[in-house]
Design a protein around this ligand. Structure first.
Ligand code: ADP
Length: 607
């Protein structure tokens, strides 16, 4: 238990006790002391009045004095007997005699007409007051009564003054006793409260320790020992509560983790917006969309995704309170050809302050494929239309007139055949490509000597090569190098690359084929000294129907599909294809590289 808490608890308990004691005792003490004081005063007053009446009666009995001095002596003697001070004054207040003042000093005494007891005695039978007397320097109790004139004594007032100090002393004793008792009780309660709080502390300390631990998240804490029987139900409740909280927290944590796993496992970007339209939570896919952004939480969707349309849609959904649960869809495009299908759902969670869920589905690939498909269809149509137009033109020419000679007709028919062949080769290449793309053509991996594949490919290129007087110069080892490939497909790759090299090589030059083994891969290169491929075109020439120059490429049955086929074949073998090409100077020419896996050497006894 913290010291401050313990102290304040003890102090509060003590102050409460004290307050109760003071409150309960103060009134009776006050009442009792007042009553006692009044009784004492009454008693004293009665005694004084009795003595006053006695003095009065004695005065009347004497019925006069020979002179003032005798009168003063008489009063002095009587005062001593009664142990009081007796003063006699004329009606106007002038002192005639005083038992405690010498007769010679009487004329010097001040007028007493205004003394309270004197004023009171004029109106009623007896007047009384308690006052401090300057004459005798004491607090005195005064009683006075009017006296009719006597012989040699004028009518006036006789007054008795009794010392008040015995009453005061009795009252002081009484107050001392009462306040002493009260102080004793306060001290006793202080001790009592100390003992009670100590005992209480001892009993509730384990409970408080457990409660504190639970408060700081340690739900394994339990109260096992309870000092006081009264606290057992409380300890049980505390233990049950801790268990319940622990179970709930475990469940909530597990659910939260599941939810996070689901969210992060999603390929769609998700962000939860709060009611102000700021990002509250997001998933890994969204983080991948904006990897450079350090803080996403608290930002507006526009800051994260940079799409005004998305921001507008979010604002609209958040403002429209009637639309809870409805899905709002839109499509947005971002830079770098990224396209997203976005669904926004309004949610209303007052506790969490959630406003909407935004799900971004990346459809860039779909869009790209759609574009590729459209391009493909238009490319195929375009590629086929040119030879078809020629075939149609020459056929119409043949049909229209009979005046052509045999040679013209023959050349027309040859052109028709050439265009038909070109169309056939486009269609054959397209089919190859389609099969390769669909992986329908199962590749049959065998150990192949690349020289065999190269020789087979070169044989197919020979008519073209002879026409252009281009030779093959190859530096592959005749034995010892084996690659693990589909033989037919390797021949196809060599053939396409050699055909291109021969086609673009200057006459009387050589096409050079070489290789390099790096680890488990062998890299083949096919080099020519042709015009080369401009840098900006190089990354596109593996696309279907892509030609650097349309005129250049269409000569000699070029389909624009050869390199696309090569790329597919090499990719299907797990390899890579690329080129280095220079269009000017001494280094002019193109080198195409591709990699295929080296065959694994066979163990002895293996077929
Ligand atoms: P094609 O059937 O037209 O040769 P490819 O896919 O094999 O189709 O080649 C695509 C284009 O790449 C060619 O049209 C040509 O413009 C360019 N190209 C290919 N190989 C070479 C090369 N060795 N030298 C210069 N250009 C080449």
């Amino acid at each position: 238990m913290p010291v401050s808490m313990r102290f304040s608890f003890r102090l509060r308990l003590l102050l409460t006790f004290w307050f109760v004691i003071v409150f309960v005792q103060w009134m009776p003490i006050q009442y009792y002391s007042r009553t006692l004081r009044r009784d004492l005063l009454d008693e004293e007053e009665n005694k004084a009045i009795r003595q006053l009446h006695l003095v009065h009666w004695l005065l009347i009995q004497r019925n006069g004095f020979p002179d003032g001095e005798r009168f003063n002596e008489w009063l002095t003697e009587l005062g001593e007997q009664l142990q009081v001070r007796i003063t006699y004054m004329a009606t106007g207040g002038r002192i005639i005699a005083d038992s405690q003042v010498a007769f010679a000093d009487i004329p010097g005494m001040e007028n007493h007409a205004n003394r309270p007891e004197i004023v009171a005695a004029r109106g009623q039978e007896v007047g009384s007051s308690i006052r401090y007397s300057g004459t005798v320097n004491k607090e005195l109790f005064y009683v006075a009564t009017s006296v009719a004139g006597l012989d040699k004594v004028p009518a006036g007032v006789v007054r008795l003054a009794l010392p008040f100090s015995p009453i005061r002393a009795r009252l002081d004793h009484l107050y001392q006793a009462l306040y002493g008792l009260m102080a004793l009780m306060l001290i006793a309660t202080a001790a009592l409260s100390y003992i009670i709080t100590r005992r209480l502390q001892h009993s509730i300390a384990p409970l408080m320790r457990a409660a504190e631990a639970i408060g700081t998240g340690d739900f394994s804490q339990r109260v096992r020992i309870v000092a006081s029987r009264e606290l057992v139900p409380l300890a049980d409740s505390l233990n049950r509560m801790a268990e319940l909280i622990r179970t709930h927290i475990h469940r909530i944590t597990a659910e939260k983790r599941q939810l996070e796993a689901i969210l992060n496992g999603m390929r769609n970007g998700v962000m939860l917006l709060d009611v102000r339209g700021r990002v509250h939570t997001f998933n890994q896919a969204l983080r991948n969309m904006v990897p450079s952004m350090t803080h996403i939480v608290g930002r507006r969707p526009l800051e994260v995704v940079m799409s005004p349309e998305l921001q507008e849609a979010c604002d609209h959904v958040l403002q429209d309170n009637s639309d809870v649960g409805a899905v709002h869809s839109l499509q947005i495009s971002l830079e770098w050809q990224r396209f997203y299908d976005v669904n926004i759902v309004r949610v209303q969670d007052r506790h969490e302050g959630l406003g909407a869920i935004v799900v971004l589905h990346d459809i860039s690939e779909l869009k790209r494929l759609e574009r590729v498909r459209k391009d493909f269809v238009s490319n195929v149509s375009h590629e086929l239309r040119t030879p078809l137009t020629s075939i149609k033109g020459y056929s119409e020419a043949l049909l229209s007139g009979g005046d052509q000679d045999r040679d013209t007709m023959r050349s027309f028919l040859q052109l028709i055949l050439k265009n038909a062949d070109h169309m056939a080769s486009i269609i054959s290449d397209l089919l190859k490509l389609a099969r390769l793309e669909a992986k329908r053509e199962q590749i049959q991996l065998v150990d192949v000597n690349p020289v065999d594949a190269l020789t087979a490919a070169w044989k197919l290129c020979t008519p073209l090569a002879q026409g252009r007087k281009v030779q093959l110069q190859q530096q592959l080892p005749a034995e010892g190098l084996l690659v693990r490939v589909d033989f037919g497909q390797l021949v196809q790759v060599f053939r396409n690359l050699l055909e291109n090299a021969v086609r673009y090589s200057p006459a009387n030059e050589a096409v050079i084929v070489s290789h390099q083994v790096v680890g488990d891969w062998v890299t083949f290169s096919v080099r020519d000294l042709g015009p080369g491929i401009p840098g900006q075109e190089q990354h596109r020439i593996f696309e279907r129907f892509y030609r650097v120059e349309t005129v250049r490429g269409k000569e000699g049955g070029s389909t624009g599909l050869g390199l696309a086929i090569c790329r597919h074949i090499i990719n299907n073998h797990g390899g890579r294809i690329w080129l280095e090409s220079f269009t000017g100077g001494e280094t002019r020419g193109s080198t195409f590289f591709f990699t295929v896996p080296v065959a694994v050497p066979k163990e002895a006894g293996e077929p």
